[in-house]
Design a protein around this ligand. Structure first.
Ligand code: NAP
Length: 295
């Protein structure tokens, strides 16, 4: 497998690069935005054709959800129109295409986990732009994997940010800050390392289509923060709050839990529970806080 990886220095992209490089039979060509800008057709065409991969993995996105409300052109350039150009080149060189999408394609009014077959109905511009990207891919290609993920955290912080949510909570607690976290949005926080490992298994099965790929179980962002403090044992001033407290521009789904149905249909073992994934992440990054390490 010769994989061209777009957005290779992002949160998810860097874990995919780390994991794929170790896998037998996998060759990875990691590309930063400087090397391939998905909003430029010339850049896509030249770089993809020069490398002639058999799979193109695109982790690039414009995902500042609140900014998207005022500047939809940024969201659509990267999340939507770029898909048309990437699909055209993938088709030309007969490469498979992997696109990462989001739980925000759903409106959040469900009361059971969303399956891949459920009808998306996004409630913000970001979700609309990602869903439109999905639809272009389905329209243009047969050999595609659309992989919807949620609440990501990993060893590398999200692009342009110092911290992911876990690191931010730990930093705030260490500084003694008071912390308010929404308790009315339910999701599944997900480790990018776990996604990277499952992606390799999915690629090896070659069954195309949409996949939900999150850790299992679910929680609110507040409960997620509580668990971070339970695992680390850090003292904190954490309080629950309601969506809207921070004057966010974009609406968020109140329930965006995904079921990894298509993954299980392939006979691939489901991802671990989000609490186990979080414990593993904290053990690796902050061994000093995990009490069993002290004894
Ligand atoms: N983060 C989440 O919680 C979450 C939740 C649901 C879905 N997702 C989806 O998961 C995927 C990965 O997210 P992430 O958290 O890993 O994001 P990230 O850390 O922001 O990484 C995105 C990567 O894409 C690159 N990029 C951005 N615009 C580009 C462009 N025009 N051309 C080429 N590269 C570009 C970024 O480069 P620069 O560093 O130069 O900006 C960065 O390397 C995205 O598709 C996102 O929509 C994320």
């Amino acid at each position: 497998m010769k994989a061209l990886l777009i957005g290779s220095n992002g949160q998810l992209g860097s874990d995919i690069a780390r994991v794929l490089i170790e896998k037998p039979g996998a060759e990875v060509i990691p590309l930063t935005r400087m090397e391939l800008d998905v909003t430029s057709f010339d850049s896509i065409s030249r770089v993809v054709k020069n490398n002639n991969p058999d799979v193109v993995i695109n982790t690039a996105a414009y995902h500042q959800v609140d900014v998207c409300e005022d500047k939809p052109e940024l969201a659509f350039a990267t999340n939507t129109y770029a898909q048309k150009n990437l699909c055209a080149i993938c088709k030309e060189i007969d490469a498979r295409y992997v696109f990462f999408s989001t739980d925000y394609v759903f409106d959040g009014y469900a009361n059971a986990s969303y399956m891949e077959e459920d009808t998306p109905s996004p409630i913000n511009i970001y979700g609309i732009s990602k869903l439109a990207g999905e639809q272009i891919i389905q329209y243009m290609l047969e050999k595609y994997f659309i992989i919807r993920v949620s609440g990501l955290y990993g060893a590398t912080p999200p692009s342009g940010k110092k911290y992911n949510f876990v690191d931010l909570m730990i930093d705030k607690a260490q500084k003694g800050d008071s912390i308010e976290v929404v308790n009315d949005q339910r999701l599944t926080p997900t480790s990018t390392l776990d996604i990277a490992n499952k992606l390799y298994e999915i690629l090896n099965k070659a069954k195309y289509g949409i996949y939900h790929l999150t850790n299992t179980g679910n929680c609110t962002w507040f409960e997620f923060a509580q668990e971070i403090f339970t695992i680390t044992g850090l003292k904190h001033n954490l309080e629950p709050c309601k969506t809207g407290t921070f004057g966010e521009k974009a609406k968020r789904p109140s329930f965006s839990v995904l079921e990894n149905k298509h993954l299980k249909d392939l006979g691939i073992e489901d991802l671990q529970h989000w609490k186990n994934a979080l414990t593993n992440y904290i053990k690796l990054k902050y061994p000093q806080f995990v009490s069993e390490f002290h004894h």
